[in-house]
Write a protein that binds this ligand. Structure first.
Ligand code: PMP
Length: 359
């Protein structure tokens, strides 16, 4: 085993449905732990994947050319600015594999999505962690760390997981001027579609050649199981990633589904409406229960149970409600709940009330 792998802490994902059902013998489970789309996949995406099944004996076109061309039209950018990956996770991993030598510094925020640290540690990078300021990303401190350490990569997450917070475009512009051009800034926008605040990702890409943006089909399009995401960056940043990538990492079913999902605005609108209403309902419940929460621009809400949350998590689970404990994010008194259907949200709130009331 490489020394870097030996010292890595393994990534702990939210529990998949099957595992919880098997462990607890529960069949009627409300799954609000992985920020999945409660409406399921886009029906158009499903139909396209079904049709594509007939071609499954053939190898996929490795670079997902049709999807890159469609994304290029939607973003009004050349198709060779897009790298389609097996989830955005693959994009992060490729960036690390291609740009990091052992010992190279990278800058990551905390608490935030653990994949950034994970891919850095995998390559033996030196991970410099910059704590959030309040619940927001401390952009000036991150820029300072990138300059002081000569970071190769700097990861940003907007809206941030697990807080759901965002920063304004002008704040990013102000620090991009101070981050060395030799630092690749990776802006993870996995939850961007849920965010109602103004933020022009495209103009940032055009203005800053060292910026990479990552998007995913896992959240708004309800396609987490297909594993489809993409990075947008200059061709000179992207080309080395093509050398290192697994040539068939993205399968043809996912690409066909992704293309169809991009055209399913009705599914997107329904998802956004459901999320908006669900968040208002959850905020009202947290207010009523006196539980502090972080207002979120994403499809999940971080809240404080005012006691060790692991115990609340277990008791919710025994009532068939699965949320995300945040101990691994360094927040032992917090839970993160995905906004579900109205019915799922109501079951979550009823279970939470019962658990906190000592039932
Ligand atoms: N970024 C963030 C912030 C996430 O929360 C997640 C999913 N948990 C991902 C990326 C992963 O996306 P994908 O499924 O495309 O790998």
């Amino acid at each position: 085993m490489r020394a870097a792998v030996q010292s890595m802490k393994p990534y702990v994902p939210g529990k998949p449905l099957e595992e919880v059902q098997r462990e607890l013998g529960l069949t009627d489970l409300v799954k609000l732990n992985q920020n999945e789309n409660p409406l399921g996949p886009s029906p158009r995406a499903l139909a396209a994947a079904r049709a594509a099944l007939m071609q499954v004996h053939t190898y996929p076109e490795g670079t997902a050319r049709r999807l890159r061309e469609r994304l290029g039209q939607l973003w009004d950018l050349p198709a060779d600015w897009f790298l389609v990956g097996n989830g955005s996770d693959e994009v992060f991993r490729l960036l690390a594999e291609v740009y990091l030598e052992p010992g190279d510094p990278i800058v990551v925020p905390a608490p935030s999505f653990s994949a950034y640290r994970f891919v850095g540690e995998l390559m033996g990078a030196r991970v410099v962690t910059v704590p959030l300021a309040g619940w927001s990303m401390d952009l000036p401190a991150m820029a300072e760390a990138a300059a002081a350490h000569g970071a190769k990569l700097l990861f940003l997450c907007r809206p941030n997981n697990p807080t759901g917070t965002v920063f304004p475009e002008h704040a990013l512009r102000a620090v991009m001027e101070r981050i060395p051009t030799s630092t690749l800034v990776v802006l993870d926008e996995a939850y961007r579609e849920f965010d109602g605040t103004p933020f022009d990702s495209r103009s940032l890409l055009l203005d800053y050649p060292n910026l990479v943006i990552a998007r995913t089909f896992s959240k708004i399009y309800g396609m987490a199981g297909f594993r489809l995401g993409y990075g947008i960056m200059r061709p000179e940043v992207l080309a080395p990633l093509l050398r290192a990538r697994d040539p068939f990492s993205v399968n043809g079913l996912a690409v066909a589904a992704g293309l169809a999902a991009l055209g399913d605005t009705e599914h997107v609108e329904r998802t956004l409406a459901l999320t908006r209403e669900g968040k208002a309902y959850l905020y009202a419940a947290f207010d009523r229960l006196g539980l502090p929460y972080v207002p979120s621009e994403a499809n999940f809400v971080l809240f404080d149970v005012g006691r060790p949350a692991a115990e609340v998590f277990d008791r919710l689970l025994s009532r068939g409600v699965l949320v995300r404990p945040c101990g691994s994010f360094g927040l032992p008194h917090h839970l993160r709940v995905t906004v579900g259907t109205a019915e799922a949200n109501a079951r979550f709130v009823a279970a939470l009330e019962a658990v906190l009331g000592g039932e």
